[in-house]
Design a protein around this ligand. Structure first.
Ligand SMILES: C[S@@+](CC[C@H](N)C(=O)[O-])C[C@H]1O[C@@H](n2cnc3c(N)ncnc32)[C@H](O)[C@@H]1O
Length: 469
């Protein structure tokens, strides 16, 4: 029935279902129906323990004190059906399903045969639930695997917080249901959905969303600027968070730096205005204080400003400085964490940062100081069971290796350089503190590169799982 299928939403509490069968398939259907508050009669010579458990856990019907779930352990009979019933035939016996379908239809009931979907009057869709939102997916039984695939994708893509949004909108609908004319209300809802209110609710700021709704209803202009400081992760777009993706897709204007991969920039809306603000070691295309000011200026124009940064914005990313200026200017902002280079590179290189046999702690340091020097607290870094992760350490590598050895780290301590970690052309170079400076000299190694020092690096040989090195 795929072509003729007509999705409708039933009020479960007002329907009577008869389920014929007591096995696994019947159990899944009964659980769905009970959840929706339907009146259900299960008829089968043997009924599963799970259905009995549902019966045990049943709360009496508030209206009538009657049971909603009735179990009848016997064979199905023609008298089980009444006009208007929804009958689910879920036995594993095809001829029982066929004869009972006939009997049910004769009585004027609607039929769902779980073994023969082409014969169905109705079918159960797969459901993604973010109450009060329910998304139903159906191929009318012709391709359950496709239905599940799509359901899983939607499940992963729609944040759980949509329930929160649904509840907020339900309350708002109640509040405004008698205000204004129906066309005024229609216009209000359309404008509300295009405003920043939904996203404010998802950011758990219902108070701000309420104010936007009130202003909109009063006909005020509610164009408010906002800034999103978003971590884009180390490069592979698959490592973005759902929240990052959602905000990327909403941006009016973006300021991004060198570490944001082209594949991630492709996710921006076509009409999003793009500004590259540099950030290679010696290429500060736009000085930091100017970046901070431009974020404020754009948000003050009422735009959604996306500040997209490689990795995590709060790890060697100056994210704190940028939102400080936004906070001082009273611009609402959100911060979205990203997978930092240490996590992304170590995972994609097969180098666990901690491991019970190797390292109980991990330390992130930057090999590049503000004045261009590499002035680290060397003696603090020498610890036999600690992994050291050095960001921006490629240029200072010879000094880093010699200082670590000079402060007592064994010269044969394993070290890895992860070049372009998580990107398609990732390379992992391994060696020891004494061999690595020489190794690097003869090779062209491209930024960005992350340095990992410690015995965990020795696991790379066995645990590497990514090809392309
Ligand atoms: C200014 S820091 C920014 C770090 C970023 N906020 C983070 O959390 O990953 C830049 C340094 O991060 C490291 N890095 C970032 N992305 C990388 C990648 N895909 N592969 C290797 N190293 C990376 C490099 O050491 C680079 O020099």
């Amino acid at each position: 029935m795929s072509k003729s299928s007509l999705p409708l939403v039933l009020n479960g509490e007002r329907c009577r279902f008869v389920v014929i069968g007591g096995g696994d398939v019947a159990t899944r259907k009964v659980a769905t129906l009970v959840e929706a508050g339907a009146a259900v009669t299960v008829v089968a010579p043997e009924i599963s323990a799970s259905i009995h458990k549902l019966k045990q856990d049943e709360q009496p019907d508030e209206g009538h004190g009657r049971a909603r779930l009735n179990l009848e352990e016997r064979a199905a009979a023609d008298e089980d059906y009444q006009a208007g019933d929804y009958v689910v035939l879920a036995t594993d016996n095809e001829s029982v399903n066929r004869s009972q379908a006939e009997a049910a239809r004769t009585a004027g009931a609607f039929v769902c045969r779980t073994d023969e979907p082409r014969e169905n009057d109705f079918a159960f869709p797969a459901v993604v639930e973010r109450l009060p939102l329910k998304i139903a997916i159906s191929t009318s039984g012709s391709s359950p695997a496709l239905t599940r695939l799509v359901r899983d994708r939607i499940e992963a893509f729609i944040p759980q917080d949509y329930s929160r949004l649904g509840k907020w909108m339900e309350q708002l609908r109640e509040k405004y249901r008698r205000e204004g004319t129906s066309s005024e209300r229609g216009r209000f809802w359309r404008r509300l959905m295009r405003s920043q209110a939904p996203d404010q609710v998802l950011a758990r700021r219902e108070d701000v969303a309420d104010r936007i709704a009130e202003d909109l209803f009063a006909g005020k202009d509610v164009t408010r600027g906002e800034a999103f400081l978003v971590g884009a992760g180390p490069g592979d777009p698959d490592l973005l968070t759902f929240r990052a993706l959602r905000l990327i897709q909403m941006a009016d204007v973006v300021f991004y730096d060198r570490l944001v991969s082209p594949a991630i920039l492709e996710l921006l809306p076509d009409d999003c205005e793009r500004h590259y603000v540099g950030k290679a070691r010696s290429d500060h295309a736009v000085p930091q204080d100017q970046i901070n000011q431009r974020l404020v200026d754009e948000a003050e124009k009422g735009r959604r400003v996306l500040r997209l940064k490689g990795g995590d914005p709060f790890i060697f990313g100056r994210g704190g400085e940028e939102i400080q200026q936004l906070a001082e200017a009273g611009i609402p902002f959100q911060v979205v964490p990203g997978i930092t280079a240490a996590s992304g590179c170590s995972a994609y290189a097969g180098i666990p940062l901690t491991h019970r046999d190797h390292a109980q702690s991990v330390r992130f340091v930057t090999g590049h100081m503000k004045d261009g020097s590499c002035n680290l607290p060397w003696s603090e870094l020498i610890h036999p069971h600690q992994t050291l992760v050095i960001y921006m350490g490629l240029v200072g590598l010879p000094e880093i290796c010699s200082q670590l050895i000079g402060h007592g780290m064994p010269a044969d301590t394993p070290i890895a350089l992860v070049e372009k970690g998580t990107l398609p052309d990732q390379k992992v170079h391994t060696g020891t503190l004494s061999s690595m400076p020489e190794y690097v000299k003869g090779r062209e190694i491209h930024a960005p590169t992350l340095t990992i020092v410690g015995s965990v690096v020795s696991l790379h040989e066995v645990l590497q799982w990514r090809s392309g090195e």
